[in-house]
Design a protein around this ligand. Structure first.
Ligand code: ZN
Length: 149
């Protein structure tokens, strides 16, 4: 199957607030976690799952706990939902992927959500994707609104 790159990501206001709260609480470390959702190009995020940052230098990097990732892949197997991507924060940084992030980007289907954070504030989440073989990320539109049930 040809990979389908995400072009649109919908987050509920509650999920956006959860992401920002985790980013603030994790400061000065980068927070990280997984995004569960539905859709291929148009993605609706249905769950935000914080995971431990197991990077050796969590002030400047993130590494999602592989056990948490495995558990979530198993939990979503056979359902409409899947792991659509992940998020992390840049303490005192910018809300876009870093050169280190670019070196880690290998999945064109994954949504990358990035925020800046301080101890008291966090930016609104921005989303990116990394097309196959590309030398940079492409920003994906984020819509913050309640899902239509
Ligand atoms: Zn980063």
């Amino acid at each position: 199957m040809t990979p389908v790159s995400p072009t649109f990501v919908q987050l509920s206001p509650q999920h956006a607030e959860t992401l920002r709260a985790v980013a603030r609480a994790s400061y000065p470390h980068e927070c990280c976690g997984l995004l569960v959702g539905e859709g291929d190009a148009d993605i609706v995020v249905t769950d935000v799952v914080p995971t431990p940052n197991i990077a050796e230098n969590p002030n400047a990097a993130f590494a999602i706990d592989p056990q948490a990732q495995f558990d979530l892949l198993r939990a979503t197997r056979g359902s409409q939902q899947r792991v659509v991507g992940h998020y992390h924060s840049h303490p005192d940084g910018s809300a876009q992927p870093s050169p280190r992030d670019l070196a880690m980007a290998h999945d064109p289907e994954a949504v990358w959500v990035v925020m800046t954070a301080s101890a008291t504030s966090a930016s609104m989440p921005r989303a990116f994707r990394h097309p196959c073989g590309a030398w940079s990320f492409v920003e994906v539109t984020v819509a913050i609104k309640e899902p239509v049930l």
